[in-house]
Design a binder for this molecule. Structure first.
Ligand SMILES: *Cc1c(COP(=O)(O)O)cnc(C)c1O
Length: 427
């Protein structure tokens, strides 16, 4: 499969190059040249397929012959080796729990798939690639875990000092080996700015790539979730509405791709916190990015979602077509906490802030009797322990995955300027 840059000023390229570069030379993000629907029979018989088989069918055209089938199947098997349950919490509303992976955030799937692809592509040559990534919390842990001991890959993670939770910090600073954590005196925006500068700096002597959802190998496997949910909900005989807590809009964009492949989805809801650039755009037709504002659902504190341009492309840049199938609703911290409380009171389900916003999106949309609403729980409540325990009358048990890192010793290099990042990368 070939990919083109959405800026359309770079030549089209292979899956392999798109994965290795992350971003095209013209700074545009990559998009597949074709999206071919899967057979109607596949959807009709989906309950007969294992999750590995479903994932393989969904992704194979996007990889093409660039990874041999047997190897791609092995990569998928390792990528999806945990559960993706839909838990019904009220009549016709379920939550798709995406937090049963090694770092308990949905980003595990994309990070693991991308690292295995890079490892495979690097087997042929001895070139070393550095994955450079800025994190506000969750990405760092998933990338560190997904890329640990990946041959030919070094990982450098920048995170804002004092602004990630204790658990998140442990997840990204304790693994060692090919993973280095840089603790930045500054905000997440500062970290992101440094990473962007490094990508444009031709004095950096390393080959750099990114591991956020602009990278096609991190973005595309996220469509598996929607197939897995469909398999579990098909016998309800209802039309599915997905509400996706959205920041960079990678996850919800993968849902739109799944739909293009033929997966029956009635409507998409991008639920956000007060960083509501897309909600405004759908309302008045003007896309005006804004600096991000801090919220309790901090993995969605994004003022200029990098994947929205992919969603526009999927709808042929037709605003009315988008609005027919796609809504965006935003909620402030106050309503988020209220939703956490009411979900707990009514159903005993413990939702963390991102999931609670997904739930609110479904409520605002107003499901009909023919529809079944699914909101995604994108992280385990333990990842947002302070907020959850101060909002709900609960004490969260620390899961095994987290216990493993919590007592390990943090190792991080402190930096405060871009020059220090550059010196580190060139040393
Ligand atoms: C990254 C993240 C999101 C946002 O996902 P996007 O694909 O960037 O829209 C939502 N919730 C959690 C917990 C996350 O870590």
């Amino acid at each position: 499969m070939n990919y083109y840059s959405l800026h359309r000023k770079s030549p089209n390229t292979t899956f392999k190059t798109a994965v290795k570069e992350g971003l095209a030379k013209d700074r545009g993000i990559y998009f597949p040249e074709e999206i071919n629907p899967l057979s109607a029979d596949f959807f009709k018989n989906i309950e007969k397929y294992s999750k590995e088989e479903i994932a393989f069918e969904a992704i194979k055209q996007f990889v093409g012959d660039e990874i041999p089938k047997t190897i791609l199947k092995k990569i998928i098997k390792e990528t999806v080796s945990f559960d993706f349950p839909v838990v019904e919490i009220e009549n016709n509303i379920g939550t798709l729990e995406l937090f049963h992976g090694p770092t308990m955030a949905f980003k595990d799937v994309g990070a693991r798939f991308m690292s295995s692809c890079l490892e495979y592509f690097n087997l042929e040559n001895n070139e070393e690639i550095t994955v450079l990534v800025a994190t506000s919390g969750d990405t760092g842990g998933a990338v560190a875990n997904g890329f640990l001991n990946t041959k030919g890959v070094k990982v450098v993670i920048l995170y804002p000092s004092g602004k990630v939770s204790n658990i998140q910090e442990k997840q990204l600073t304790t693994l060692g080996n090919n993973i280095t954590a840089l603790e930045v005196d500054g905000t997440f925006d500062d970290c992101q700015e440094m990473v962007k500068t490094a990508f444009l700096d031709d004095k950096i002597k390393r080959t750099l790539t990114s591991a956020n959802s602009i990278n096609v190998a991190r973005w595309l496997p996220q469509m598996f979730y929607f197939f897995f949910a469909y398999k579990q909900l098909k016998n309800q005989n209802k039309e599915l509405v997905f509400s996706v807590p959205s920041g960079n809009f990678g996850n919800i964009c993968a849902a739109v791709i799944a739909n293009k492949l033929g997966l029956p989805i009635k409507h998409f809801i991008a639920s956000t916190n007060i960083n509501n650039t897309v909600e405004n755009y759908l309302e008045n037709g003007e896309y005006v990015p804004k600096p991000s504002k801090a919220t309790i659902s901090n993995a969605m504190d994004v003022g200029n979602p990098s994947n929205f341009i992919r969603i526009q492309e999927l709808f042929n840049n037709d605003l009315n077509a988008i609005k027919n199938k796609f809504s965006s609703f935003s909620f402030d911290d106050e309503s988020t906490k209220k939703a956490m409380v009411s979900i707990f009171k009514e159903t005993k389900y413990v939702a963390e802030p991102h999931g609670a916003i997904g739930y609110l999106g479904l409520k605002k949309y107003q499901l009909t009797d023919n529809e079944y609403g699914v909101f995604l729980e994108t992280a385990h409540p333990v990842k947002f322990l302070d907020i959850v325990e101060s909002t709900l009358p609960v004490k969260i048990d620390i899961p095994e995955q987290i216990k493993k890192v919590i007592d390990k010793r943090k190792v991080a290099i402190r930096i405060s300027t871009y020059t220090e990042l550059k010196e580190y990368l060139n040393s």
